[in-house]
Unconditional design. Structure first.
Length: 312
């Protein structure tokens, strides 16, 4: 059942923050960007109560379509002419929309071809010739996706890419997609912190275990949700569950609730805490955080399901 908090708070905030061009900035009145627009679109389509929500989402979809670069990617900022990790998020927002299938296909093509720095020939040769022991313990033959073109793989952009590739129908996926997806999943398992959970990069440096972070852990768990039987996944869900009460950020709390729902462990007390936190700190919330709160309390998870042809 949909939450009254979603209908009376989250959706009105998103509607009020939409710009004339159809997009959203990170805060009301700020310049439209692909990232907050994608999150607003996902939340509005998931939580829509009336036609005004769907119309706002349609305007956002048109903004995203116009922002796509000629090579099929999307930039992090409208003035940039180079693609970025945001491509994964936009393809996730547009998946299942028949009118956007061409844009999504071109985005997924770019995503499947774009390699992180460690996948390049130069970096592979350096690893083979290096005699100094690395300060980080990880298998560099596994790689995923990066925040910025040509840099190293990171947990969160890899998770977004996996969600997008796994969510879209097979007819939109390029040949290289499944290989990249498997490599990305292997990288996530390899980067898990020893005690469960993930941080943004390395699980251990100089022999010291890395500290897991809520946001990185949530995105990795969502990307790996098709493998709940894996011990790495079970251990990380347990880590997240054990650390729920220590979360202070509304964005992190909403993400944690999304992950717990996805793994069949809803927490009514956590949902109450999220609503209370909004009442206390609403002035600090940005568009993605409001969208995550809506998704966490929507009672549905359609945006995380694999799609077939046609609209959602």
């Amino acid at each position: 059942m949909r939450s009254a908090f979603v209908e009376n708070t989250c959706l009105p905030v998103l509607l009020d923050a939409q710009n004339e061009d159809g997009g959203w900035g990170f805060h009301a009145g700020s310049i439209s960007r692909a990232e907050p627009t994608a999150w607003a679109v996902i939340a509005l389509l998931e939580c829509a109560f009336n036609p005004s929500h769907e119309e706002a989402a349609s305007r956002g979809i048109r903004f995203l379509g116009a922002a796509q670069l000629p090579d099929g990617s999307w930039p992090s900022s409208p003035e940039w002419r180079e693609g970025s990790w945001v491509t994964s998020l936009v393809c996730l927002a547009l998946l299942g929309r028949s009118e956007s299938s061409g844009s999504v296909k071109r985005g997924l093509d770019w995503l499947s071809k774009e390699l992180p720095g460690e996948a390049g020939l130069f970096h592979r040769l350096v690893r083979l010739l290096a005699v100094r022991k690395s300060v980080a313990v990880q298998n560099l033959s596994y790689f995923g996706w990066c925040w910025t073109i040509g840099t190293a793989s990171w947990v969160e952009p890899t998770s977004y890419a996996i969600l997008s590739l796994r969510g879209n129908p097979s007819e939109l996926l390029p040949v290289a997609a499944m290989r990249r997806l498997r490599l990305g999943e292997a990288m996530l398992y390899d980067r898990m912190c020893p005690g469960g959970g993930w941080n943004c990069g390395n699980p251990m440096v100089y022999g010291v275990p890395g500290e897991p972070q809520v946001s990185s852990t949530v995105w990795a768990l969502l990307a790996l949700r098709d493998h709940p039987e894996r011990p790495e996944v079970q251990k990380s869900v347990q880590w997240l569950e054990e650390n729920l009460k220590s979360i202070q950020s509304p964005g992190s709390l909403a993400l944690a609730l999304i992950a717990m729902n996805a793994y069949g462990r809803p927490d009514p007390a956590l949902a109450d805490s999220l609503r209370t936190m909004y009442e206390e700190k609403e002035i600090l919330w940005n568009v993605p955080e409001v969208a995550w709160a809506g998704l966490a309390l929507s009672g549905t998870q359609n945006w995380l399901q694999q799609k077939s042809n046609g609209n959602r």
